[in-house]
Design a protein around this ligand. Structure first.
Ligand code: GLV
Length: 337
């Protein structure tokens, strides 16, 4: 053992990027994707000064109880519902996420899902692979055009804005709902109009969810909300499982109360509600909206940068770029009087 601070990396990432820590830290990288129990996580964190973790690691009071050296948890995602920020802050442990570096990649993928659901790409491919393509029929596999239709966005942070900007190329009107309206200059630049949630539900032909999972947002789209949507509408969830009531969604889709859905995230993933799996008008993907080469490398680099900077190294020494609980940082580095 050296006396360098220790960093635990909970999953295989990009070794060439993580190697950037080697000069200043003793780094332990898990060689496989493992779903650790709270007790196993507590053991992993016990002797570490920092940890780079992902969404499958829930880090709260139980996991940090014995982690007396731990000063930073760097999350490999923009959403951080896996972190109990209050517990970390109370213990004086900083946390960071990977904000911004994945915005454009997630927005691209959102459109891949939206267009895929509108034009029934998943179902058509399954049909072709099943050897069903015996003849071409002019009126088979008809889907929905997006041009001229209304795109609704629930949650209008930077990813929502990147989704909205792309809509101009598809000739769509864009409405959105958020906790608060965007500044007028951003609304103009993104060509979006603020509406209340119920208007958003009633008027959207395509409804994209990009809001964080918080206790208030759990089942933000449940049976009552789905009932307000057009029967011809398409729902796209790239936010988090738990924001949509998956059982209610499957029920509405099966009854023809909604035309289609495209889902990248699920309640209880990696398990997917069996009723969704049974439906042909749902396009499903395994939580990969940020999984482009560029985005995943940039997310890893940002997590590494946060660790380096927190411990006073690298280009942002002392100023880790995406700290979620800056009060901890201020307490750790008080301004000299
Ligand atoms: C992925 O879901 C993320 O929050 O980065």
């Amino acid at each position: 053992m050296t006396d360098k601070p220790r960093v635990w990396v909970s999953r295989p990432t990009f070794p060439d990027i993580v190697a950037g820590l080697d000069e200043h830290f003793e780094v332990t990288c898990e060689p496989e994707e493992i779903k650790f129990s709270p007790a196993e996580l507590a053991v992993k964190l016990m002797d570490q000064d920092a940890a780079i973790v992902g969404l499958k690691e829930h880090i709260g009071a139980v996991e940090i109880a014995g982690a007396k050296r731990l000063r930073l948890v760097a999350n490999l995602s923009v959403g951080y519902d896996n972190l109990d920020l209050a517990a970390l802050t109370a213990a004086g442990i900083a946390a960071s996420n990977t904000a911004d570096v994945l915005n454009e990649s997630v927005a691209d993928y959102t459109w891949a899902l939206l267009l895929g659901a509108a034009r029934r790409v998943g179902a058509a491919e399954r049909w072709l692979r099943a050897g069903e393509w015996k003849a071409t029929k002019f009126t088979q596999w008809l889907g929905m055009d997006v041009r001229g239709r209304t795109l609704g966005i629930l949650g209008m942070g930077r990813i929502g804005q990147a989704v909205a900007r792309r809509a101009a190329g598809f000739g769509m009107q864009v409405i959105y709902h958020n906790r608060s309206a965007l500044p007028a200059a951003i609304e103009r630049e993104c060509n979006v109009r603020y509406v209340d949630k119920s208007q958003l539900l009633r008027e959207s032909d395509f409804l994209v969810l990009v809001l964080p999972l918080t206790p208030q947002n759990r089942h933000a789209i449940g049976a009552p909300e789905l009932a307000q949507m057009k029967q011809t509408a398409v729902l796209v969830n790239v936010a988090r499982g738990g924001i949509v009531d998956d059982a209610a969604l499957a029920d509405v889709l099966a009854r023809g109360g909604l035309a289609a859905a495209a889902l990248d995230v699920f309640e209880g993933e990696p398990n997917v509600h069996p009723a969704l799996l049974a439906l042909d008008n749902v396009l499903l993907s395994p939580h990969i909206a940020s999984a482009s080469h560029d985005a995943r490398r940039a997310m890893t680099a940002l997590a590494v940068d946060n660790v380096l900077a927190f411990f006073g190294h690298g280009p942002h020494a002392g100023r880790p770029p995406t700290i979620l609980n800056p009060t901890v940082l201020a307490a750790a580095n008080p301004t000299p009087s």
